[in-house]
Design a protein around this ligand. Structure first.
Ligand SMILES: Cc1ncc(COP(=O)(O)O)c(C=O)c1O
Length: 382
């Protein structure tokens, strides 16, 4: 089967998508797992905002414009995560969202939080600080391929003092997908599920009915937004203690001693006054979700993955050197950083994860020709 047989996009649609993404014009763009290409609509929104900043900067409309931009960015989070608008909080990155909810947990010495062995520092470092400040034990479960085995692996680390399981929806180092619904169903009531969605939001459909408690997303990766954008979705915002303080968190900011903290997601927001990330994020999500469609982008990425896998295995690459069947394909090979640099020089943007692992990120803009060329280049260079 070819990409064309399983992708929802025909050649003309991919050409149209690419025409909207200048960063894909001169390079085979295979690294949205680090930074997604910006669509024209976003580039224009950012330019307009910067023009305003350089000429007007501040006028009587500033606060209204800021609130409108915040509102649009929160609406984009609703689109991405499927949570209602009172349940989302603007963040500047996935790191920030993971910090906000890990610090917002009510934990004490002797409690524990379970995580996996495939997590990003954006989860592990906040967890380490929480451990050092509170005495909470951090337990690491092995990420398993099979869904049942994955859930059993997490459960083997859970006990009566477990307060949360914090994990990625899609592993950045293997591209494997965690079975969130099965995990929720198997966990004891009261154990929170905190999800790092950096490698899912914008390319993998997020289902709020999976039962997670918190889901943190990056704007600059798969949603194709600017750096400094992202957010957090919370099933029950009031279940989290605010940690960083900010103006908009209080019902009556002037009464800082006694005013109640807002009940909605804004209780975890930090100061969000940079208009560029806000307007850019809203424009990008409008484009990827509205013009392209996240389910369709995901189906195309899977088709790309299957295509490259087939070509690699028919050239003799063993299956066990390949990980991930969704939008990320990780390939075990020698000297991955050197190979990534040489591929870049040859017109392919990919990521080396370690000395021995290369990662390809497939987006709605990738063509069959790009996939064939990058596969041939990897085969001839490794
Ligand atoms: C799984 C995962 N979590 C978190 C991050 C950090 O994202 P951000 O820069 O938005 O904090 C990344 C970035 O690569 C990631 O892959």
């Amino acid at each position: 089967m070819t990409v064309a047989a399983t992708s929802p996009f025909d050649v003309d649609e991919i050409a149209l998508i690419r025409s909207q993404l200048p960063a894909t014009y001169d390079i085979a763009y295979l690294n949205a797992g680090t930074l997604g290409p910006l669509p024209l609509v976003t580039i224009e929104a950012i330019a307009a905002e910067q023009r305003y900043d350089s000429t007007v900067r501040h006028d009587a409309t500033f606060w209204d414009r800021l609130q409108a931009a915040q509102h649009a960015a929160r609406a984009a989070l609703v689109t991405l995560t499927g949570m209602g608008s009172a349940h989302v909080a603007l963040m500047h990155s996935t790191h920030e969202g993971m910090n906000a909810c890990l610090w917002g947990l009510d934990v004490r010495d002797g409690d524990n939080v379970v995580t996996t062995d495939e997590e990003h520092p954006g989860l592990l470092i906040p967890l380490r600080h929480v451990r050092d400040r509170t005495g909470v034990d951090v337990r690491v479960a092995t990420w398993k391929d099979d869904d049942e085995a994955f859930v059993a692996s997490i459960l083997s680390r859970v006990d009566a003092r477990t307060r949360a399981v914090a994990l990625s929806h899609v592993s950045w180092v293997s591209g494997r997908v965690a079975p969130l619904r099965g995990l929720r169903e198997a966990l004891p009531h009261g154990v929170r599920v905190i999800v790092d969605g950096a490698q899912s939001a914008g390319v993998y459909p997020i289902d709020a009915s999976d039962g997670w408690d918190a889901y943190s997303v990056s704007g600059q990766k798969w949603p194709c937004g600017p750096n400094g954008s992202g957010g957090l979705a919370l099933a029950d915002p009031e279940a989290w203690r605010p940690t960083y303080g900010a103006y908009m968190q209080l019902l009556e900011p002037a009464d800082f001693r006694d005013s109640a903290v807002v009940a909605d997601g804004r209780r975890l927001e930090m100061s969000q006054e940079a208009l560029v990330p806000l307007v850019g994020f809203a424009a990008s999500v409008g484009w990827i979700a509205g013009e392209v469609g996240i389910t369709r982008a995901h189906a195309h990425a899977r088709a790309c993955n299957a295509h490259v896998r087939r070509r690699l295995t028919s050239a003799g690459v063993e299956e066990d050197r390949l990980q991930g069947h969704s939008h990320l394909l990780c390939i075990d090979l020698h000297d991955a950083p050197v190979l990534a640099t040489s591929l870049y020089d040859a017109g392919f943007l990919v990521r080396s994860l370690s000395d021995d692992r290369l990662r390809l990120s497939f987006g709605c803009w990738n063509t069959v020709s790009e996939l064939d060329r990058v596969t041939d280049s990897i085969l001839s260079r490794s």
